[in-house]
Design a protein around this ligand. Structure first.
Ligand code: PEP
Ligand code: MN
Length: 366
């Protein structure tokens, strides 16, 4: 373990860390006692795989009466954890006072929680408190699946002059979803990644899963999708954690899980790989062109049917016929390795396009 040489992680160290891949942030959901915090921090540092420590001290709980964090008295524990391990530390902040307290204890990185990102007033308050301060900020996705709200928070923090901003994907509330505590809705997160391609983009498997047994699967998926790393909860005694017990793992289990991940790179300099990839991509382009031509032919036939329907005064939508098309497609697709879910979505889109074509004919546009 190395110790911090200066009071706070120096800017150059932080700059280097910000670019490190994968970047692993870990620590308990909540700092509970000084002993728990220090023991967890030491064991995490001993794995040699953790780049930054996390802990919540102000906990936004869904219901009153649950453990709402130890408050500012936990800040010296966090600072001590950083000092003895040499690792930078991050804490969640939700208002101006919390920002000031965290800065007073030289916390290295701040994060904005999912319940704060939903509220532009709170995000603006945090942003105003950060004006003129040079500290990196991680922004969790809002609890509701709204990328606009998420990027609104990014803009507010960026406008306050913060230039190291990271995104944390922690999943979205979705009623009735039982597999995940927060549905990942990967496409929404990828949409954000495409909006901010140069921004640190990390995954929070703990709050997506809400339990331990599927953490690894979610972590692998994130790495396959080229995430830059993780913020993952770890506790010295997970079963007795005061918050989020069911999703926390020991530092040693975290270390094992990280060993089991198949790390992938987005790019490689190998010429052979690039040539092979180029060939396959050309084949895909070719097939996509053919698919478009076939779809266009399909729509022309739909147009013809539309004309017949118009001449014979028949409705555009004939449910029995459409069910027959779907049934054929689903059973045909199964034998071709195409999932039912895909076939349904694909044919739905084709159907809408077909109806639009026929409607234009009925309305006499063609
Ligand atoms: C947390 O990280 O402990 C937390 C409260 O997460 P979220 O804001 O994603 O619910
Ligand atoms: Mn938590």
């Amino acid at each position: 373990m190395n110790t911090k040489t200066t009071e706070q992680t120096t800017m150059t160290t932080m700059d280097a860390l910000w670019k490190k891949r994968p970047i692993i942030i870990s620590g308990p959901c909540s700092a509970e006692t000084e002993e728990q915090m220090l023991a967890t921090a030491r064991r995490l540092a001993d794995t040699g795989k953790v780049d930054m420590l996390r802990a919540g001290i102000w906990k936004p709980r869904t219901k009153p009466g649950l453990f709402e964090g130890v408050g500012a008295k936990g800040l010296p524990w966090l600072k001590k954890s950083g000092d003895i391990t040499g690792l930078p530390v991050t804490v969640e902040v939700a208002n101006a006072k919390q920002v000031q307290d965290a800065l007073a204890f030289e916390i290295d990185v701040l994060w904005i929680g999912a319940r704060t990102t939903v509220n532009p007033f709170s995000v603006q308050e945090v942003a105003d408190a950060l004006r003129g301060v040079d500290i990196p900020v991680l922004i969790k996705n809002p609890v509701n699946p709204d990328p606009e709200l998420w990027s609104g928070a990014v803009e507010r923090i960026a406008r306050a002059g913060i230039n190291r901003i990271g995104l944390i994907h922690r999943g979205f509330t979705s009623y009735g979803n039982s597999e995940f505590r927060n549905a990942p809705m990967w496409h929404l997160a990828i949409d954000m990644k495409l909006r901010y391609p140069d921004m640190l983009f990390i995954n929070d498997p703990s709050h997506i899963c809400g339990r331990r047994d599927n953490l690894r699967e979610v972590m692998q998926k994130a790495i396959d999708l080229d995430y830059d790393g993780f913020i993952i909860e770890s506790h010295c005694d997970p079963d007795h954690a005061w918050s989020d017990a069911s999703q926390q793992v020991t530092p040693e289990t975290l270390s094992l899980m990280l060993d089991q991940i198949k790390w992938r790179k987005e790019d490689t300099s190998s010429a052979e790989f690039h040539i092979a990839l180029e060939k396959l991509r050309n084949q895909i382009n070719q097939l996509d062109d053919e698919l478009m031509q076939i779809l266009s032919r399909r729509m022309k036939i739909a147009d013809q049917i539309g004309r017949y329907k118009k001449d014979n005064n028949i409705t555009i939508l004939q449910t029995t016929r459409w069910n027959e098309v779907m049934d054929r497609a689903v059973s045909g697709g199964a034998g071709l390795g195409l999932s039912k879910e895909f076939i349904l979505r694909y044919f739905d889109a084709v159907h809408i396009e077909s109806i639009n074509h026929q409607k234009r004919i009925m309305d006499g546009e063609e």
